[in-house]
Write a protein that binds this ligand. Structure first.
Ligand code: DAH
Length: 344
């Protein structure tokens, strides 16, 4: 009987070593250590063993039980969660990661349109200028020829940081990128690097508008300024036309409508005739404001208005992007919903 026990032990252990799943482990348990297993079946046979051999066989049986049970526990632990998981191909950790293209990062639509606009103007010889979003009333209003009693300076229409009634030079979030005209003229005059100068400046502006489908308290504008000797309204119009054709295609057109801005004289609003999508007719779209830089603005920045003239223009980036991409609500641009952003 000792031989038989020895044989059962070695088969049991080798079968146990080849179990690979929770099911095969359970099958093994049932055929060896379970209540109907071979170990249990051996026990009653002890009484047939001749008395002198009984202690040795009994000990051997106990040893077999301990061996098989602890081998079972060890195997179960070794298979662990691997046994719980469905059988499948082993994972090769050296394989390159799966690239899920729908999760790839992309630039925001406003950033893309801004860069496209800057690109077109850069090809027309405009440098990019930057200015602070936290401004003061000197750059946002005074030097732009917007007088103290002008309605555009109302506290309810601006994000003042200091009290405009008491502060000497109240700070505010800029309400227009025209501030960068002033910043650029001041800087270039101080450096002695201009005029002439030709810049565009894209950036954020802030106004306490009630948010709806077409208004936001923050949006983007792009500003243009060109100062040289003998610059005329014709240069302004041809620059806008050139831009329109470069950005929207050769059928685009531009028209100016007389208007008023404190910092330009004469002033105009400009529309562009564009076909936004191939399946749509061309139509006129109001884009922004423009004009010849008012001599008072040039003088405020230390530029001799007898020698130099210039034109300026500014327009909103959101409106353009929304028309071009068929976006019905400006709020979609700022909610950062990945399902929306991934469509553009
Ligand atoms: N700053 C104006 C606005 O926010 C737009 C504008 C009009 C800019 C005329 C200009 C300009 O440079 O010449 O409504």
């Amino acid at each position: 009987m000792l031989e038989e026990i020895q044989q059962i032990e070695s088969t049991a252990l080798s079968e146990l070593a080849s179990t690979t799943s929770a099911e095969s482990l359970e099958q093994w348990r049932q055929s060896y250590t379970g209540p109907k297993g071979r170990l249990k079946a051996l026990m009653p046979r002890l009484k047939d063993v001749p008395p002198p051999e009984k202690p040795a066989v009994g000990q051997r049986l106990n040893a077999l039980k301990t061996t098989l049970e602890s081998a079972f526990d060890a195997r179960k632990a070794a298979l662990g969660s691997a046994a719980a998981a469905p059988a499948g191909p082993a994972i090769d950790l050296t394989e390159p990661g799966l690239v899920r293209s729908e999760l790839a990062a992309r630039r925001h639509i406003i950033t893309r349109v801004r860069d496209e606009l800057v690109d077109v103007f850069a090809r027309m010889g405009f440098a990019v200028a930057d200015g602070p979003e936290l401004e003061d009333d000197e750059h946002n209003f005074i030097k732009l020829n917007i007088p103290p009693d002008h309605p555009a300076r109302e506290p309810s229409d601006n994000f003042y940081v200091d009290n405009p009634a008491t502060a000497a030079r109240p700070r505010m979030l800029r309400s227009q990128t025209s501030t960068v005209q002033i910043r650029t003229m001041e800087r270039m005059v101080a450096e002695g690097s201009g005029p002439p100068m030709k810049i565009v400046s894209p950036g954020r502006v802030y106004r306490p508008d009630t948010v709806d489908a077409t208004h936001s308290f923050m949006f983007h504008q792009i500003e243009g300024l060109s100062i040289d000797r003998g610059v005329t309204m014709q240069d302004l119009k041809s620059t806008l036309l050139h831009f329109a054709r470069a950005y929207f295609g050769q059928n685009a057109d531009v028209r100016l409508r007389p208007s008023f801005f404190p910092f330009t004289e004469p002033s105009a609003e400009f529309d562009m005739k564009i076909r936004l999508r191939p399946d749509q007719p061309e139509r006129w779209m109001e884009l922004g404001g423009c004009g010849m830089v008012d001599p008072a603005v040039l003088e405020a920045c230390g530029i001799d208005s007898e020698e130099w003239t210039g034109f300026a223009f500014g327009f909103g980036i959101e409106r353009l992007a929304m028309s071009k991409y068929g976006i019905p609500d400006i709020r979609l641009l700022y909610q950062n919903d990945i399902r929306f952003l991934n469509q553009l």
